[in-house]
Design a protein around this ligand. Structure first.
Ligand code: KIV
Length: 263
């Protein structure tokens, strides 16, 4: 049965934890949906995970919509969330609302995510009937302002600021709130202080839900994984072995064999 944003709030109220995963293409989205993943995020992490960019900053609205459409075509039940890319909601409320609307009209998404405590923007988009997921803490779109990917809210002032942002977004009507790269204890405090479900990434176990980037979960990354990411599979090795075996079979004349040939 199709999941709605109201179902997530009910899960929080019942104390049931849930997951969100990123997807950037049709087959992955279809597999996640058929596996019962309730929320699928077309993250701007498509930039570093699929498009080969160093950061998420170059990702454009057109790129996001292209991937969002592919994901939406693979989903029957999950909530599809389109991640608003850098500079798509930074210049004016009008532009932010228009771009949020594009995710639903052209991208097939059910909701959008705003990375930044953009309270007025979130309220304006919610007012237009578009569900908004907030995102506070470590925001990769602010990498240069933060001076790198740094855990946020470690001192009392930073923690207070994040708590205030979370409560303001809750009041603005976000249907859920991503907490990224913050101390576990603070994530617990925020989760208790807001009525909206929190979804953690690098924010410890006290959130209502957890999100991982699909490439990290499947072991499709290059280099070292961040401390918070747990690869549950090693698909990079599986793929490497499969394509090497294909090459060896062709070189040795083992492929194509009778079973894979027409006469
Ligand atoms: O773009 C993304 O994948 C995200 C998640 C890490 C929350 O924003």
């Amino acid at each position: 049965m199709a999941i709605t944003v109201r179902d997530l709030r009910a899960l929080k109220q019942r104390g049931e934890r849930f997951v969100m995963l990123t997807a950037y293409d049709y087959p992955t989205a279809r597999i996640l949906d058929e596996a019962g993943i309730p929320v699928i995020l077309v993250g701007d992490s498509v930039g570093n995970n699929v498009l080969g960019y160093d950061t998420t900053l170059p990702v454009t609205m057109e790129e996001m919509l292209h991937h969002c459409r592919a994901v939406a075509r693979g989903v029957r039940n999950a909530i599809v969330v389109g991640d608003m890319p850098f500079m798509s909601f930074h210049t004016s409320i009008d532009e932010g609302v228009r771009n949020a609307g594009r995710f639903l009209k052209e991208g097939g998404a059910h909701a959008v995510k705003l990375e930044r405590p953009a309270i007025d923007m979130a309220a304006a988009i919610v007012e237009r009937g578009i569900p908004v997921m907030g995102h506070i803490g470590l925001g990769p779109q602010s990498i240069h302002a933060m001076g790198g990917y740094r855990v946020q809210g470690r001192d009392e002032e930073g923690a207070r600021r994040l708590l205030d942002e979370a409560q303001a977004l809750d009041k603005a009507g976000v249907f859920s709130l991503v907490l990224e790269g913050i101390p576990a204890e603070l994530a617990g405090r925020i989760t208790e202080a807001v009525s909206t479900p929190t979804i953690g990434i690098g924010a410890g176990p006290h959130c209502d839900g957890q999100v991982l980037v699909i490439n990290d979960l499947l072991g499709l990354g290059f280099g070292t994984y961040p401390k918070f990411a747990k690869p549950y599979a090693d698909l990079r090795t599986v793929i490497t072995e499969a394509v090497r075996t294909f090459g060896e079979d062709v070189a040795a004349g083992r492929f194509p064999d009778e079973d894979h040939s027409y006469h």
